[in-house]
Ligand binder design. Structure first.
Ligand code: PLP
Length: 284
């Protein structure tokens, strides 16, 4: 089997599983999700992703009932059942099923859990990306990985129509992140990122790069970044779990970065080694 799905205890081929009509995820996007990549049947950094998932559903008060250990076991078991080297591992919980009403459904309504594992290809680290800027029109709880992704969907389409790989969302002159990635930069030998506040998702890849930089003796700055500073960066980086870390060549058609390739290469190599050690050479 190349892919597998799970919904509230039922496992099967993705195209044979269905979600009830009244799932609040459909009406309101009333749910949260997380995702990582599995290689060799082992999900990468699963504990980090499960911790963030718990932070997300607790922040929006979804009564998700499984423990971290139970969810971990379930996801790892599903990953071990699929064939192929590389898979996207996606899971979401919604605030259960109920007829449409904005406030929470009656007490005792159980949360729904959907998981699927499907083949994917990771963006190779040597791939260079192009970006465009876009005003950040999203909500104010971006540290929570909610299902409310309509602005991200519209921005992703805009990026595709403009022939770029990602966007640089900004609020005024301040950089936030991309529609499915964090944006970081290298400046004067330091790895720089906007702070992990409510305006960005605390990316697991972002966190890992900061940990690797600390290990390699590369200074780290978690401070606001302006658009002008980003255009003037030594390298601009895009990070997410489906790609780890890629350099950027252009934003809005203007060349950026290209001045600290060696430092990025060190980070990419250390990260690829970590990823391979944790996934392809281990079993859970
Ligand atoms: N920012 C947004 C809006 C995202 O959707 C994602 C990933 O899905 C990221 C950042 C990167 O997060 P991670 O490194 O945990 O994949």
């Amino acid at each position: 089997m190349q892919s597998i799905g799970y919904y509230n205890g039922k496992t099967g081929p993705i195209d044979q599983l269905t979600v009830p009509f009244t799932d609040r995820g459909l009406y309101f996007g009333d749910g949260v999700y997380d995702a990582t990549t599995a290689a060799g049947g082992v999900p990468f950094a699963i504990d980090d992703h499960i911790d963030r998932f718990f932070n997300s559903f607790q922040a929006v008060r979804i009564p998700f009932a499984m423990s971290k250990a139970e969810l971990r076991r379930l996801i790892c078991d599903l990953c071990a059942q699929v064939e192929g080297d590389c898979h996207m591992v996606y899971w979401q919980t919604t605030r259960g099923c109920a007829l449409r009403g904005h406030a929470f459904p009656p007490e005792g309504t159980s949360a729904n859990l959907l998981i699927y594992i499907s083949p994917c290809q990771m963006t190779p680290p040597e791939q260079i990306l192009t970006l465009m800027t876009a005003e950040d029109i999203r909500h104010h709880m971006l540290n929570v990985k909610t299902l409310n992704l309509l602005p991200n969907v519209l921005t992703a389409q805009l990026a595709q129509e403009n022939g770029v790989d990602e966007v640089v969302y900004h609020r005024g002159n301040l950089v936030t992140e991309g529609f499915h990635s964090n944006i970081m930069m290298i400046k004067d030998g330091a790895l720089c990122s906007p702070p992990a506040d409510n305006w960005i998702l605390p990316g697991i890849t972002r966190k890992h790069l900061i940990q690797l930089a600390n290990k390699l003796g590369i200074p780290v700055k978690e401070e606001a970044i302006t658009l002008d500073q980003l255009f003037d960066a030594d390298e601009v980086l895009v990070t997410n779990s489906g790609a780890l870390c890629n350099k950027v060549s252009h934003i809005d058609g203007k060349p950026v970065g290209g001045k600290a390739g060696e430092l990025v290469r060190r980070l990419q190599e250390a990260y690829a080694q970590w990823f391979n050690e944790e996934t392809r050479t281990q079993t859970f």
